[in-house]
Structure formats: structure tokens, C-alpha cells
Design a protein around this ligand. Structure first.
Ligand code: AMP
Ligand code: ZN
Length: 464
């Protein structure tokens, strides 16, 4: 398999660090101060496709996805309020209640989208001590220094800071906003530990007084604990490249002398109506909101699968309608094959499998893999094709094993005469006159229709 590595800026053959079939993978998880939106979910669909593709190839995956429940400040420049603290203040709840609620919704959304939960999902607040130890060591080694409001990482000490994004240190300097913290040695130095003002609810004892960890240190400390100093793959959205992941690399490399992950993979952004998704524009939809509008989460997953993960994807409701229609057609074709009686030659199946696998192995070209599936479904309806489609679905994760459940309700033309008989039959049933009801049912049957009693009444269908 080849994956595009942001660190080397090229597609590289994937191997594990120790040559075994065990992949160690870290994915930056959600900051649980609010509902995750469909853009966030696109990034987790990408993470899931990667995990599924690796498993399809025969790898075992140990995935870690952190839950950030402290330390993510409003601005990446280490100022502004802690997002958790702000949500707690506004909603008059404790930050722990806020975290528990939004993390719960987040994991429900993952389930709805068929995104497999990574093997470990550690919370930042359960790992404060390893973060303190990490920071202590950075200070001892001279990579971090104390100011009146926290401990900062000295980026001029880092090995080649900016290697992930390709930004040069002097550009970072020029790009940094007007100095907000005069005690910082370099404008792009970032906080690894913040001293807590009294009103900050989440705070812990440390060698530097009461405080809380910086967001970047969380990922470095937890990935090291669960996956070791060097692991195989690190994922996140593209917005993490220039600051968050750059800083993770700088800290970990300062401590261990090694870049923590070998493959850095990033999902491109989802846009809405061609622009940025933002709360103030009112265009940050959630999965539940899509459901309220009549979409199934699988429609959204299909929508995501139609674009390569390294391409921007523009969300519109027209696009969602298109995805819904295409997905329903796909399900219809799957059901036809499930009931098919033709036999497909093993060589034909093998050829489609090869094409599918090649697409997936080429930096997760899932749109192309979907194209292979569509072409295969054009074959005469056969159970061999059905089985192969389900195999492909181990990567796609579209729940094709329950394709029937996604089919739209069919609408039939029912003659008025038949409707009238059904109404009479309902009337007879209502007064428990089952003999008349049965007689009416057989009349309906003779006219070529079947009537099914339902919770709310009945439905009529032409007989097969
Ligand atoms: P956050 O909870 O803000 O840390 O974001 C969770 C994940 O969603 C991160 O991996 C981000 O890179 C990613 N993300 C944020 N906005 C978008 C977007 N519009 N499209 C795709 N991914 C996004
Ligand atoms: Zn992270």
C-alpha cells in the first residue's frame, strides 16, 4: 500500500516500524466542548477508511484517539479562554459534565456513521501526571522555560522546526500576531503548561504551582504512553499541520530525539457552499441535524466516500440529495444480486477484486474503488457478486449487508376499487368481524394485490 506522507511530501510504500503486521496509529480526537460538525466527521470517516483498509490488507491495528477535555484554548496562539472552561461557564455546568455529554454524543455519531471506535480513547484529564513529567523533562533538557503564566517550548531549540508544513522559522516570526506575551522568547513559542488563574475550574498541582496542560502536549504524552516513542501513522485534519502537529513533533523530538510518527496523514477540509464552516454563518451541521432533514447517516458517509480524502469536499444539500439517490440505487443493485441466480466466473470476480484492492492501496483511492464496485454490479445478478460486494464493504463501511433497510418505500398505483375494499376490510376488523374481513382480503387478492396490516392501519402492494 502506498500512502501520501505529509512529512516527506510524497506517496510512500507503507511498512510498519518493526516489519510486523501490527500497525500503531494515533488520531487527534475531538475537543469535547460542543457538538462535532460534519467537517469533523469527514476527518473521522477518513481515519476509519484508513483503519479498515489496513485491516483488509491483513494488518492488526492498534488505534489511539485522544479526547481533549482540557487545555484547548480559543486561539492557537496560547491565549484566550480554555474552550471547555468557556462552555462550562456559558452552560452553567462543570467542565466534566460538558465533556461527558459531548463525548457521549460524539461516540454516538461515530456509531451512526459506522466509524469503528479506536481501540483506546484516552481522556486528557486522566493523564495529567504523564504530561507534567513530559514538561519537567523538557525544562530539564533546556527545551522549555518558565514565564509568569506558564511553561513555554522554545522553538529555536527544536530540530528544524517547521519540517511538516515546510514553513520557515522566520516566516513563523513574521506571521505571528503582534506580541501578546512579552515574556516569550520567540513569538511562535507555545505553552506546554499553563498556570491557572483561580477561576479556572480544571487545575492540577505541578512543580510550577496549580495549572493545566497545553493542548499539544496532550497528544505527545498520550501517544508516547500508548504507542511508544515511534509509531506508524499519525492522522488529523489539514488544519493540524502547521501548528498542532508541528508542535507535537518538536516536543517529542526534543524528548526522545525521534520524530514520533513515520507516516503523517491528513484529511482535507469539508467546505459548506464553497466556504468555511463556522458557527457564526450558521452552517455547521451535525449528523443529527442531517437526520432531522431526512437523511440517513449512510448518505453522508457515501457523500464523503465520493471524494478522495486529500481533496476539498464541498457540502451542499443538492450534493447530499445526489448521494442519497446514488446510495439507494447502490442498495437496490446489491439486493438484486443477493437474490440473483446467475453464476459469475471466479476469474471475473478475481479481476474486480484486484482492481478494487489496487485502488484502495493507491493512497486510499476510495472514489475509484467505489467505481469498481459500481461496474461489478452491472454484471447479471449473482450471489457471487453479492458476496464480493460485502467483502468490499469491509473497507467502505456502508452497511451493505443491510442494503434492504435503505431502500426508499416504493409507491404503487392502487386502483380505487382495491382501496375501497381495503377500507371496508379495516372497518370489519375494527368491529372484530373477521369473517367479513377475510372475505374482503380474498377479493383484494383476486384483484392482484396484497394487504398488510400495520401498526397504523394497512398498506397495499401489488402481488409479486
Ligand atoms: P477539533 O475538535 O476542533 O479538534 O477537530 C476535530 C477534527 O476535525 C480535527 O482532526 C480537525 O482537523 C478536523 N476538522 C475541523 N474542521 C474540519 C473541516 N471543516 N473539515 C474536515 N475536518 C475538520
Ligand atoms: Zn493531537
Amino acid at each position: 500500500m502506498k500512502f501520501y506522507n505529509t512529512l516527506t511530501r510524497k506517496k510512500e510504500e507503507f511498512t510498519t516500524e518493526d516489519g510486523s503486521n501490527k500497525v500503531r496509529m494515533y488520531s487527534c480526537g475531538p475537543t469535547v466542548y460542543s457538538f462535532a460538525h460534519i467537517g469533523n466527521m469527514r476527518t473521522y470517516v477518513f481515519m476509519d477508511l484508513l483503519r479498515r483498509a489496513l485491516k483488509y490488507e491483513g494488518y492488526k491495528v492498534k488505534g489511539v484517539m485522544n479526547v481533549t477535555d482540557v487545555g484547548h484554548l480559543l486561539s492557537d496562539g496560547d491565549d484566550g479562554e480554555d474552550k471547555m472552561q468557556k462552555a462550562a461557564r456559558e452552560q452553567k455546568k462543570s467542565p466534566y459534565e460538558i465533556a461527558e455529554f459531548y463525548a457521549g454524543v460524539f461516540f454516538e455519531d461515530l456509531k451512526k456513521l459506522n466509524i469503528g471506535k479506536p481501540e483506546l480513547t484516552p481522556k486528557a484529564t486522566d493523564h495529567i501526571q504523564i504530561m507534567i513529567d513530559f514538561v519537567k523533562e523538557l525544562v530539564e533538557k533546556g527545551f522549555a522555560y518558565e514565564t509568569s503564566d506558564g511553561i513555554y517550548f522554545d522553538i529555536t531549540k527544536a530540530v528544524d522546526y517547521g519540517k511538516l508544513s515546510g514553513a520557515k522559522l522566520d516566516e513563523q516570526q513574521a506571521g505571528a500576531r503582534v506580541e501578546v506575551n512579552g515574556e516569550k522568547r520567540h513569538p511562535a513559542d507555545f505553552a506546554v503548561w499553563k498556570k491557572a488563574p483561580k477561576e479556572h475550574i480544571m487545575q492540577w498541582e505541578s512543580p510550577w504551582g496549580m495549572g493545566y496542560p497545553g493542548w499539544h502536549i496532550e497528544c505527545s504524552a498520550m501517544s508516547k504512553k500508548y504507542l511508544g516513542e515511534v509509531f506508524d501513522i499519525h492522522t488529523g485534519g489539514v488544519d493540524h499541520i502547521p501548528i498542532h502537529h508541528e508542535n507535537e513533533i518538536a516536543q517529542s523530538e526534543a524528548l526522545t530525539g525521534k520524530i514520533p510518527a513515520r507516516f503523517w496523514m491528513h484529511g482535507e477540509f469539508m467546505l459548506v457552499d464553497g466556504g468555511k464552516m463556522s458557527k457564526s454563518l450558521g452552517n455547521t451541521y451535525t449528523i443529527s441535524q442531517l437526520e432531522e432533514r431526512g437523511y440517513n447517516p449512510m448518505h453522508f458517509r457515501y457523500f464523503c466516500l465520493n471524494a478522495h480524502y486529500r481533496k476539498k469536499l464541498n457540502f451542499t444539500f443538492e450534493g447530499m440529495d445526489g448521494a442519497k439517490t446514488a446510495f439507494e440505487r447502490l442498495c437496490k443493485a446489491i439486493v438484486a444480486h443477493k437474490n440473483g441466480t446467475a453464476v459469475t466466473a471466479p476469474e471475473t470476480i478475481a479481476d474486480y477484486e484486484k482492481q478494487f484492492e489496487e485502488a484502495v492501496a493507491d493512497d486510499l483511492n476510495v472514489p475509484q474503488a467505489l467505481g469498481v464496485l459500481w461496474t461489478m454490479l452491472k454484471l447479471p445478478a449473482s450471489k457471487d457478486v453479492y458476496k464480493t460486494a460485502l467483502k468490499f464493504d469491509e473497507v467502505l463501511g456502508l452497511s451493505l449487508d443491510r442494503a434492504e433497510t435503505f431502500l426508499p418505500e416504493e409507491k404503487f398505483d392502487i386502483p380505487e376499487e382495491v382501496v375501497a375494499l381495503a377500507e371496508k376490510m379495516q372497518g370489519a376488523r375494527a368491529v372484530k368481524d373477521y369473517a367479513t374481513a377475510d372475505a374482503l382480503r380474498s377479493e383484494i387478492d383476486k384483484l392482484g394485490f396484497s394487504v398488510l396490516n400495520t401498526k397504523d392501519g394497512y398498506t397495499l402492494k401489488p402481488k409479486n
